[in-house]
Ligand binder design. Structure first.
Ligand code: HEM
Length: 421
């Protein structure tokens, strides 16, 4: 017997629908106009999730403490069942689930504050500004290598530039030695793969690797994040457990490179296909911070947040959400909501009136707002600025319609970015 129909909506969106993957902007525009909440099925999940589609609702929901990230904080909820679903859907070996499900992103309240505070000092605007010269140096040395890497004048900018830059920056910050960085890059790729079971082996290797690094760093402390975490663990053990220490490194390295690589990649592709905007930026490099805000809004690489769970019956945009139900903020939908951004599909790097204010939600909103936002923005500013300066004739090497994207639900990422220098 089928379950009784839920009167709230008739449609259930399949997030792997090829039409939606190819054109999330059009797909979410339709949903957003239809209803503030749309029911969706995540790949591998048994129960549906409510997608929050409108800008105001997204901001309100992400700052509403009645929603939690850890389902264990919902009174009376069978958390085991949800965890089993997530573990099964993502192909995580059960004994490794603790490293994936216990991150700062999955924590609420005092636990979340404790975890976030341990690392937030490394990511303040001031600390990030201090890294700028080093980010510029890494950028220049990668750009030096581009001409020699070109074959028949063509180079894949993702492979040679937009990936290596953020992985180098985040690994230096954390304290991962140079020889180990290529492995992190391939682990990062494996983790976003939609192939069943693709996550198991990389996860085992990453956890083992972090364990070895901790042993080494304990013997030889350095001025890096890893050393800071070891101190927090060893000197004040109840502030950070063994598992939490590994999970934090895993979270920061993974969150810190894939996303930034694709912000820069999407940004280059967008500028090369919008010659008017590119000319504006070339004429006035001071526009760069604004351009990065607008590129994040228009082509942000992360299109939805993690799931939140309602701790009580409530409403979003006038539609009821019941206790225990899961909701996800569709950031790409909020950032194309014409109620907030007039003519939302137009890329306009002069859009922000004061040039600094960030009103898009591509980095999230509320207590879980991206820890690395200032760093990611800075890397994008430095990378795009240097690339445009060094290569005045930079152009796509393929027809824009042939730019291949990764078929990932909730993400907007290129598979390759072939350019002529
Ligand atoms: C959280 C996006 C770069 C570390 C988030 C969230 C988003 C996001 C949307 C909130 C998720 C949610 O609420 O469910 C991005 C994008 C990036 C980027 C688009 C690049 C363009 C980085 C970098 C780091 C980082 C460079 C390195 C430290 C984190 C962490 C969280 C987070 C640790 C969890 C914060 C918390 O739960 O309190 N990011 N991120 N991200 N991001 Fe980023």
């Amino acid at each position: 017997m089928s379950a009784p129909a839920d009167p709230r909506t008739t449609e259930t969106v399949d997030l792997l629908d090829p039409g939606l993957l190819a054109d999330p902007f059009g797909g979410y525009a339709r949903m957003r106009e239809e209803a503030p909440l749309v029911r969706a099925l995540f790949p591998g999940a048994a129960s549906p999730v409510w997608l929050v589609t409108r800008y105001d609702d997204v901001k309100r929901m992400l700052s509403d403490q009645r929603f939690v990230n850890d389902p264990a904080n919902v009174p009376g909820m069978d958390v085991g069942d949800i965890r089993r679903q997530i573990i099964r859907a993502r192909g995580i070996p059960p004994e490794y689930a603790k490293y994936i499900l216990g991150s700062v992103l999955d924590a609420d309240g005092a636990d979340h504050m404790r975890l976030r505070r341990l690392v937030s000092r490394a990511f303040t605007a001031r600390r990030v500004a201090g890294l700028r010269p080093r980010v510029a140096e890494i950028t220049e040395s990668l750009l030096d290598g581009l001409p020699a890497a070109a074959e028949d004048g063509v180079v894949d900018l993702l492979e040679r530039f937009t990936y290596p830059l953020p992985i180098t920056v985040i690994c230096e910050l954390v304290g991962i030695p140079e020889e180990d960085r290529p492995r992190w890059r391939s682990w990062g790729r494996a983790l976003v793969s939609t192939e069943p079971g693709a996550m198991a082996e990389p996860l085992r290797e990453m956890v083992a690797h972090i364990g070895e690094l901790i042993v080494r760093r304990r013997a030889e402390p350095e001025d890096d994040l890893l050393t800071g975490l070891i101190r927090a663990h060893d000197e004040d053990g109840d502030r950070l457990s063994d598992v939490e220490m590994v999970t934090m490194v895993l979270t920061i390295v993974l969150a810190g490179h894939e996303t930034t690589a694709h912000l820069i990649g999407n940004g280059v592709a967008a500028l090369l296909t919008h010659p008017g905007q590119l000319a504006l930026l070339r004429d006035d490099p001071e526009l760069m911070p604004r351009a990065v805000h607008e590129l994040m809004r228009r082509y942000g690489p992360v299109q939805m947040t993690r799931m939140r769970y309602a701790t009580e019956d409530l409403t979003i945009g006038g539609m009821p959400v019941r206790r225990g139900e899961a909701v996800t903020a569709v950031l790409v939908s909020a950032d194309h909501d014409p109620r907030e951004f007039p003519d939302p599909d137009r890329l306009d790097i002069t859009r922000e009136p004061d040039g600094r204010r960030e009103n898009h939600v591509g980095f999230g909103h509320g207590l879980h707002y991206c820890l690395g936002a200032a760093l990611a923005r800075q890397e994008a500013e430095v990378a795009l600025g240097a690339l445009l300066r060094r290569f005045p004739d930079l152009a796509l090497a393929v027809d824009p319609a042939d730019l291949e994207r990764q078929p990932l639900p909730g993400a907007w990422r290129l598979a390759r970015l072939p350019v002529r220098l």
